[in-house]
Design a protein around this ligand. Sequence first.
Ligand code: GAP
Length: 514
Amino acid sequence: MSKPETSLMSRLVSLAKRRGFVYPASEIYGGLNGFWDFGPLGVLLKNNLRDRWWHDMVECPPLGPDGKPLSIVGLDSSIIQHPRTWEASGHVGGFADLMVDCRETQSRYRADHIQCIEVFYEKAGETKSLGLLSAMEGDEFEAALAKKAKRLIQKAGGGELMPVDLKAAVLFTNMAKDQQVLVIGPDAETAGTLTEPRMFNLMFSSHAGVFQDEDSKVYLRPETAQGIFLQYKNIIDTSRVKPPFGVAQVGKSFRNEVTPRNFIFRSREFEQMEMEFFCAPEDGMMWYEFWVAERMRWWESVGCRKENLYRHIIPEDELSHYSKGTSDIEYRWPFTTPNFGELEGVAYRTDYDLKQHSEFSKQTLDYIDQEGGRRYVPHVVEPASGLTRGVLLLLAEGYQYDESRASPEWLKIKPSLAPIKIGIFPLVNKDGMPEVAEKLYMDLRRTYTCQYDAKQSIGKRYARMDEAGTPFCITVDGDTLKDQTVTIRNRDTATQERVSLDKVRAYIAEKMVE
Ligand code: GAP
C-alpha cells in the first residue's frame, strides 16, 4: 500500500466532490467561504449518522447507572428565537472573537491566529531590523514568513537573511499593545496596515417583520441548545418527564466564523446534535462523568477507532464561569495529526442557563419535586456534538488507499451508515441477466438504499461502489440462470460468496447490523 503524494485532507476533499459527498456552496458563482452543500451521497451519509444519534439518544436511550433506560425526549425548535434569548445566554455580549483587519488587503483575521516575528538582515557587516512580519499560525507559518522576509530583503537592496527564530514568535495581541511596533499583515506588503484588535460578534443577524431597525433585529441561532432551555417548562408540563431526563435536538446552527477552514470542520453553517440532561444538583458531577464515557463509547460504535479518540479535560482555570467541568471529545483529524481536535464537547453547565432565562423572562423555571418535597432549578449536563464534523470523521476514518485495488481510494464505512448499501449488477446486459437483477433490485430497494448499474465492466462497477463506500455488490451472472445463485462481493475483503437468491435478504440483514 504505497502512499500518494498529496495530503490526506486534499484527497478527501477531492474524493468528496468527485463522488458527490460534499460540494462547495454556490460554486458556479465562485463559491462562498465557509459554506458547503451535501451532494447525493453526502446527504445520505449525514442523514444516516443523524438517525443513528437520534435512535441512540431518543428512541432507544442508553441505560443509566441503575440499569434502567434513561428518559430522553426530542425537540425541533426554531432557528430564530426571541432576541432576548441571546442576551440571557451571553451570546450577544460574549460570543465574540478578537479580530484585526488589514487596510491594505481588506482581509480580516482572528488575532489569536496571527503570529509575528522580528526579522533582521545583515548587509556590509551591519545588522538591521526589517520589522515584524506576521503570518497565520499553522502548517504554512514558516514558509509564509520565509517568503515574506526574502521579498523585504530584495526591497532593501539585498543582504543576508538572519536565521528566523520561530521560538521568538509572539501573539499579535501582545505586540499590538506596543504602539511603536509596525506589523506587516499576513498578506500585506506594507507595514502598519493592521488595525487594533477589536471584538467581532459571531452571530448572523437579520430582521423579522416589515421594518428593518434595531427593534426588529433577530439572530440565527449559534447553537441548538438554547431552544431546549426555552421549551424546558413546556416539556416538563406536557410530557410527564421528571429529572433526571434529557431533551435532544438536531439542527442547523450558524456562526460567522472568522476563519472557516479545514473543509467542513469549521464552517459558517453547520449542523449540531445536542442534548441537555436535566438532573438534581447533587447528581451533576456523576452525570457529567456518565455522559463523557457514554459519548466516547458512541463514537466508537459508529466506527471510530479507540486510538483516534481522546478525552481532553479542560483545566479548571480555563472553564467558563458557569461550568463545573467540561471535557472535549477529540479526534485525530488529518490536519491535527499526531494531535487531536474537538469533535464534541461535554459540559456540566450547572443551573446557569435556566437561571439566566428565568431572570430575563421573569418566569419561574424551578422543578417541584413532589416526592422529595423540595423545589430546585435542575442542573444540566450537555453533550454537544457536530453532525457536520461527524460526517468528516466518517470520511477521514473510512478513507483507505490501496494501489492493488481497482479503485485505490475507497471508503470503509459501517454497512449500517453507508450511503448506498447494495450495488446490483447484471454481469452483461443481455441473456436474461438484466431481468433477474432488476427483479432483485425492485425487491431490495424497499428496505435498503440500492443502486442498479448495468454499464461498463464489472471491475469498474465494483470500483465505483468502493469509492462510494458501498459494502455489498450483488452480481447476476450466467450461473444465476442455471442454479438461482448470485455472487455477493464484500467491499472490505474484495472477496465474493455465492448465495442463493432466496437467501440474499437474510444474508444482507445479518451483515447490516454492523
Ligand atoms: N451548546 C454548546 C456548543 O454549541 P460548541 O463546542 O461551541 O458547544 C459543539 O459546539 C459542537 O458543534 C463542536 O464540538 C463541533 O463539533 C460543532 N461545531 C461548532 N462550531 C462549528 C463550526 N463552525 N463548524 C462545524 N461544526 C462546529
